[in-house]
Write a protein that binds this ligand. Structure first.
Ligand SMILES: [Zn+2]
Length: 421
């Protein structure tokens, strides 16, 4: 069955885009949007087994199944179409849709640069280049529900913002790699929107997407657009005379050009570290957003304790130190397995003892918190209180930058060895 998407309700925001709810339907399950999708490492959500997590879409990377010298795992070449069952640790009933990408959601920058036909990847035995047609061949041998077509991400620049020549190369490669996609995969393909500085090939690319048909559109990063917008705001626009600043930042224009108004918008950037960044993306009209922050928090011993419905208190706490006699649950409002069964002092003890269960308990709680968060967001779009709720949330927990800084501080304090504090 082809994946389907239906817009249910939209709530406009003054002067910009809108928030909306919708329904994503896959072969074995359906999800209300905006929804979150989980990152995986070798097909498993870090620290969790299928018993621990609710059914949810999960991102799986082909990169994780490529061995030495670019040799693919048998699971990619046999064509048994049982990939999601045999190669991943997602729910055994295969209700968690597999969103298949070439690289991981948070890829290690490759030592091997991309070429016109291939993407640098990291395998268990070093960096190799995976040819894009090979990626498509393997993708055809899987039962993935959605295929993210590859993005030519710049790796040379420190801030991930490509220069002008590099941007143009990105557009050209996006066109070539889209053309190489077999027509049998187009109904579930999610090609990248690329910024082309108002350059005509970008327009050609977007229009050709519209003609060829595709499932949804992905925005890998808004960094470039944001940086150019900032420079323009500061009066030093990084533009030449043919550029149109609006086209650089106007997601709506790209969406319209590609005919994607009624298609799901996926965000695949690796910079969604805070609830505020999710809210920002929701207000830009994104429907499917990566659930990276819970994994990052759990890894550092942190637990999110925010509440979107009734904001108060802190965004998160770090349980490495300071909770030795605290017998309360991780979060007073939470009814997850961890919060019902154990207390903060016990997690602190497990962390200090290096017990793996510490990260499992934290991850169960953090995923639960974020899953509840996104349901609250859906409800507030439905009752049209979303914009006021976001203002209230930011007033209590700070904006995106303040929240990023706070989370970095509490996790750094925990990670640094005692002597260096
Ligand atoms: Zn909990």
């Amino acid at each position: 069955m082809d994946p389907k998407f239906e817009v249910l309700k939209t709530v406009p925001r003054a002067g910009a885009r809108y928030s909306r709810t919708g329904r994503l339907t896959f072969q074995r399950s359906e999800f209300k949007t905006p929804c979150l999708f989980a990152p995986t490492v070798r097909g498993a959500i870090p620290h969790l087994t299928p018993d621990h997590v609710a059914v949810q879409p999960a991102h799986v990377a082909i990169e994780d199944y490529i061995g030495a010298r670019g040799r693919p795992s048998d699971l990619l070449t046999k064509g048994e179409e049982q990939f999601s069952k045999k190669a991943t640790a997602l729910d055994p009933l295969r209700k968690s849709p597999v969103l298949l990408g070439l690289r991981r959601l948070q890829p290690v920058p490759p030592a091997q640069a991309n070429s016109n036909t291939g993407v640098g990847i990291m395998t268990t035995e070093g960096f190799v280049r995976l040819e894009v047609p090979d990626f498509y061949k393997y993708a055809q041998n899987t039962d993935a529900d959605v295929i993210f077509t590859p993005i030519d991400e710049p790796t040379a620049s420190q801030d991930g913002i490509p220069g002008k020549t590099r941007s143009q190369k990105m557009v050209k490669r996006a066109i070539d790699w889209w053309d190489a996609l077999p027509s049998t995969l187009r109904h579930k393909a999610v090609p990248p929107a690329v910024y082309g500085q108002g350059w005509w090939p970008q327009d050609h690319y977007l229009v050709s997407l519209n003609t060829d048909g595709y499932f949804g559109l992905q925005f890998a990063t808004l960094k470039e657009a944001r940086s150019r917008k900032r420079k323009a705001d500061e009066g030093t626009p990084d533009l030449d005379e043919n550029d149109n600043i609006d086209s650089l930042i106007d997601i709506e224009q790209i969406v319209n050009r590609a005919g994607a108004n009624r298609k799901p918008l996926f965000y695949t950037g690796n910079d969604v570290h805070t609830p505020q960044s999710v809210l920002n993306l929701v207000q830009l009209g994104f429907d499917v957003i990566p659930n990276i922050a819970p994994v990052q928090a759990s890894n550092s011993g942190s637990a999110f304790i925010f509440n979107f419905e009734k904001p108060s208190g802190k965004l998160a706490i770090n349980l490495w130190e300071g909770f030795t006699t605290d017998m309360s649950g991780i979060s007073p409002d939470c009814d997850c397995y961890s919060c019902k069964k154990i207390h903060r002092a016990y997690i602190q003890h497990l962390l200090q003892a290096g017990e793996m269960s510490a990260w499992v308990f934290l991850q169960i709680h953090n995923f639960h918190t974020w899953n509840k968060f996104i349901v609250d967001v859906q409800n507030s779009i439905e009752d049209e209180t979303i914009n006021a709720k976001i203002d209230e949330f930011v007033a209590v927990y700070g904006d995106q930058d303040a929240a990023s800084k706070f989370l970095a501080e509490i996790s750094m304090n925990a990670i640094l060895p005692r002597e260096t504090k």
